[in-house]
Write a protein that binds this ligand. Sequence first.
Ligand SMILES: Cc1ncc(COP(=O)(O)O)c(C=O)c1O
Length: 408
Amino acid sequence: MLLNPIIEKAWSTILDASSILYKAVIRTPLIHNAFISKITRNYVYLKLENLQVTGSFKVRGAYYKIYKNLEIARNKGVVTASSGNHAQGVAYAASILGVDATVVMPETAPPFKINSTKSYGAKVILHGSIYDDAYRKAMEIVNETGAIFIHPFNDIDIIAGQGTIGLEIIEQLSNVDAVIVPIGGGGLISGVGVALKKLKPGVKVIGVEPSNAAKYFASRKAGVMSTIEPKISIADGVVTKSVGDLTYEIMNEVVDDVITVDEESIARAIYVLMERAKIIVEGAGALPAAALLDGNLNYQNKTIALVISGGNIDLATLYKILIKGLAHDNRITNIRVVLRDVHGELLKVLKVLHKYRCNIIDIRHDRFNLKVPVGHALVEIFIEIPDVDVVDKIRNELVDLGVTIWEK
Ligand SMILES: Cc1ncc(COP(=O)(O)O)c(C=O)c1O
């Protein structure tokens, strides 16, 4: 690794980025997490980039890139194409450096991301239906105006900015054995990996991708940079068709292993981090925790840092994950009963639920189901339960009262 000129260049640029960024971005905390440590039998720490300005690490690379090209940027502005955290990082960094930013997003970009990018003062142009259309439009603007294009990952300055996270991890946790990092286009892990390997060559650098967008995993397997057709993932921040050629070359030098996680594991990790660490994390930011919780890494008694890369998740998605997590943990459940559609019938059921200290979250009536006898209603009741044993007791008691449980 030491002989590769790209790695040397990345390393010296990371040191330069660090001398600039300490004034502009938050040195995010690295905190121990007792729960994940206990269940994985390791010493697990979380590097909280979800608490970074703009809610993700992306501002590090964006600020450094704009700062290095400040004169032209102030004259001609900066342009990027992104519907995610990079857009917000560029918009924020440009605004504090007094630079005009234009962000091109596909028309399908979620409104909350469009609004938050605008709120940092960027001009947002909606163009096309996928990222590639937005990218082409951004390049057109660059060619017409001479503005600087801020690539989300395949750029040495962007990589260096993100790499300052690696410097901080070693300063904050000098005995770290392994660092687990999400992979999108590969800018984050390239920078973090170079910093770690330079400061402590024995540290293992592990990359994680959703199995729905496992482009670096596929590239490593094939031995050449590969392009995939990604599927939708909750980890939307890392869904790309391929990594970059520059990041590919650096990753091949600094990444020890790459693993994939499925959508269920990602959702579970978001839930666990919220419940047990009290932190809100988006899908991409939960990938390292998902990988460790899946148990595929075979680490024991190791000191491990997880790069929690971002927390920008919309609340509707978070709500769905929370409900699913509670159901999985048997803390909420549903009971479906067929009741005569007359006064007092529902009360019978509610009395039983009250007896077992269940909190009712929602009740839905279905009077149009053709399989339900005329004059009856199918009633579905969602309840929070004090413990899982009560479910059978409730069902038995309802049957004893003559209530039909709907099993279909
Ligand atoms: C929250 C989050 N984590 C991780 C990544 C992956 O970063 P990179 O594309 O540099 O690999 C992204 C990319 O946008 C992201 O938004």
